[in-house]
Write a protein that binds this ligand. Structure first.
Ligand SMILES: [Fe+2]
Ligand SMILES: [Fe+2]
Length: 333
């Protein structure tokens, strides 16, 4: 048996989380500006897109636009909840800016595919905006775990779509299209970057605030549904086509989303997780739920990468960025 002694009080742990998020945000924005500085109008050769795709491709691309164009709703309510946290609110604005260009890029794709004109697009957008997305949880803690799962699901969805239109899928749904392939991978790469950001934040929360974070994660995992599913006109058909074409469905969600998320967060399989959470609720000891040494190693690694960014920028002396261990692990007698 292990005993865990707290080395930091609640305020110190909360400060450690905030500092690490702010420093991660600075590093993320530097990298995203250098590596992913693209524009929806010039990111691909729109004139080379094919005009003879199967119906499924049109339904999927129109659905991708539909989901992404709710970006103002994804940003606004959560930004209000986060406004007291400098790092998280700054990040949220940047994240929103990257999401809005996904909508612009898919919007270009819908029109470039040749089946819809601008008048149709305006009517479609108006019908989409008749309802607004509301947060599935009014808790910033829950929303981190929601975003971990949602970003991974979106990444996988775009990757699989890109595979389908590149001819590399074992279930080809249409002709090979280099423009759609490039677009799919381009946006998938950005969703992957979002996923990794939220994973880092989730690890910080799990490490420095295990009880509340594990309970929030379990609740989100149990009740997760993709954004806009309840409000988007035509979502049922869109979801059906994703399933039929193998772009996204229940099996993919479990194999390519849930399992990698559990692994990234140093958590066990769902069955073991349920057992450990049940035990933790009885004993009020949540330290045995994640692989704590592995989690601590990843959080420490994050802090060190943040530090080296500040050092390279020549501003390490201006900001506190030291590693702060929260718990000691000792063998009980
Ligand atoms: Fe997106
Ligand atoms: Fe994203």
């Amino acid at each position: 048996m292990h005993l865990h002694a707290g080395l930091l009080d609640t305020t110190e742990r909360s400060d450690a989380i905030e500092r690490a998020i702010l420093n991660l945000y600075r590093r993320y924005t530097k990298d995203s500006q250098q590596r992913r500085n693209w524009h929806p109008d010039t990111c691909v050769d729109w004139s080379a897109i094919r005009g003879d795709h199967m119906d499924a491709v049109h339904t999927i691309v129109e659905g991708f636009f539909g989901v992404e164009q709710y970006t103002p709703d994804y940003v606004n309510p959560l930004l209000n909840l986060l406004r007291r946290c400098y790092g998280r609110s700054q990040w949220h604005i940047r994240w929103g800016a990257e999401e809005e260009r996904h909508a612009d890029a898919w919007r270009n794709a819908v029109l470039a595919l040749g089946r819809r004109d601008e008048g149709w697009m305006d009517r479609y957008t108006r019908s989409l905006r008749e309802q607004s997305f509301t947060l599935p949880w009014e808790s910033p803690l829950h929303m981190v775990f929601y975003q971990v799962i949602q970003e991974r699901a979106t990444q996988v969805c775009y990757q699989k779509f890109a595979m389908c239109v590149s001819g590399r899928s074992d279930r080809p749904i249409t002709h090979v299209d280099d423009t759609l392939t490039k677009l799919g991978y381009l946006i998938a790469t950005e969703e992957a970057a979002h996923f990794h950001f939220f994973v880092e934040v989730a690890r910080l929360l799990l490490y420095y605030d295990p009880e509340a974070s594990i309970e929030a994660f379990v609740e989100v995992l149990r009740n997760f549904t993709m954004p806009a599913r309840e409000i988007m006109p035509g979502y049922t058909r869109f979801g059906q086509v994703l399933q039929e074409t193998g772009v996204f469905g229940r099996t993919t969600h479990y194999r390519d989303v849930v399992l990698p998320v559990l692994s990234a967060l140093c958590l066990p399989s769902i069955r073991v997780l349920d057992e450990r959470v049940e035990y933790a609720r009885q004993t009020h000891d949540y330290f045995g739920v994640p692989d704590l040494p592995a989690l601590e190693g990843k959080v420490r690694n994050l802090v060190e990468r943040n530090q080296s960014h500040l050092k390279t920028a020549g501003i390490l002396h201006l900001f506190r960025s030291d590693w702060q261990q929260a718990w000691t692990l000792t063998e009980a007698l």
